[in-house]
Design a protein. Sequence first.
Length: 120
Amino acid sequence: MIEERGEDQCYGVEVSGWNAAESFFVEKAFLEWTSAGLKSVRLKADLRSGTVVFLRLLRHDSPTSQFPVAYQTTALSDRECDGRSQVCLQQLHPREKSEAMVARESTRQDPATRELVPVA
């Protein structure tokens, strides 16, 4: 399922998420991973830049292939003649728990204006 092309690699993946029409989609594609660390897929789904999608490896011989990984779309190409567009991806990582707690504890929402205000 892994295909070598020079130093670039190509992996069979299942991509899922919500498209531009806010409909859930699941699509099989190939994740292209360059030696420079750039990742992209070619999809038929109509996505916007900044959309969060989930990729799951289709290799069934690996126990980690069952877990989807979150990515954010960073750039989209125009549609090609086959109806697919190249979608560049950046992996998302969970925030540290302490970062989220500090942000919540240092501000509160003003009910009148619904704006975040610092806690004194």
